[in-house]
Design a protein around this ligand. Structure first.
Ligand code: NCD
Length: 306
């Protein structure tokens, strides 16, 4: 059986996105009833905090019939000094077909693939990549806009802490491959080294993003756990220029956020709960999309499409 790693979306093609989303759509309408992952073992190895990603991977794997093992840094032999690679090799020896890894170090998940036979899925590596987040974002957006083809030409402003965001590093190439037009909205101190290479307009405030003609505001959390030193003068001043509130959400405008949300910083509570918000839909899309990814990773996708 063919197996496949999901590590990055840096060079993703439109057809690959479409393949995952079509498969996820099949799951979304209940095709998981035939439990395509029966007999497969999925390991969830989360070495960094997670609510939605961990919960939806687990739900996705269990609903599709897989045996699921979960480990984290706390309570595993990592606490006794075992290395990441040795830990993952152990899971591999237990017969894992897919290992889903989240780790605070960028590149750690790719390193794991060199030492294990199981398909490896990146559930977020430091400031690196978070491919399944961008895939579920596209799923939620396609749903709201009436199909994948409706994404082409939409204008998306990515707002906030781009420097520390693995979500942005996956969303940017994936949204581009889907034909969307992007701009970055962040202070210089929160732009990443590769911002120049992306060749995207850089705008100084959410108001400017509205003037640019944004259809979608994709907001990001200030990721303090990954910051070294002060990057903004104060949270209140940051929120004044880079915080999205109801006043920005004219009719038809959509707002997204990968969660967890810091209300009143990057987005107001009212904007989170508004009709423009896709935040709950993003979370809900995670299960079907992660089932599709697990099915593709373990090589059983053909059974779903059939
Ligand atoms: C993000 C992450 O962990 O990268 N959250 C998520 O997976 N939904 C974004 C963040 O932590 O801000």
């Amino acid at each position: 059986m063919r197996t496949r790693d999901f590590l990055t979306l840096e060079d993703v093609r439109r057809e690959e996105l479409q393949e995952v989303l079509d498969l996820a759509r099949a799951y979304g309408v209940g095709a998981h009833a035939d439990r395509p992952l029966v007999g497969k073992t999925v390991c969830l190895a989360f070495f960094e905090a997670s609510t939605r990603t961990a919960a939806s991977f687990e739900l996705a794997a269990r609903r599709a019939g897989a045996d699921v093992i979960s480990i984290s840094g706390k309570g595993s032999a990592i606490e006794k000094g075992e290395s990441l690679v040795d830990t993952l090799v152990t899971l591999d020896s237990l017969g894992a077909d897919a290992i889903v890894v989240r780790h605070p170090a960028a590149g750690a998940v790719r390193l794991a693939t060199r030492h294990t036979g199981a398909a490896t899925i990146n559930a977020g590596d430091g400031c690196g990549q978070h491919p399944t987040q961008a895939l579920l974002d596209l799923y939620a957006l396609s749903d709201r806009l009436g199909g994948f083809d409706e994404l082409a030409g939409r204008k998306v402003a990515i707002v906030g802490d781009i420097m520390h965001s693995r979500v942005a590093r996956s969303v940017i190439p994936a949204f581009r491959a889907a034909g969307m037009e992007l701009a970055l909205v962040a202070p210089d101190t929160l732009l990443s080294r590769e911002s120049g290479a992306w060749r995207l307009p850089i705008l100084p405030s959410v108001d400017e993003a509205i003037s640019w003609g944004s259809d979608i505001l994709y907001t990001l959390r200030l990721q303090k756990e990954r910051m070294s030193g002060a990057r903004i003068p104060s949270v209140a001043e940051y929120a004044r220029y880079y915080g999205v509130s109801e006043r920005h959400l004219k009719s038809g405008m959509l707002v997204m956020h990968p969660g967890p949300v810091n209300r009143g910083v990057e987005i107001s509570g009212g904007a989170v709960l508004s009709n423009s918000s896709l935040i709950s839909a993003q979370v809900a899309s995670g299960v079907a999309v992660r089932q599709a990814v697990l099915a593709l990773a373990t090589g059983v996708a053909e059974r779903i499409a059939a």
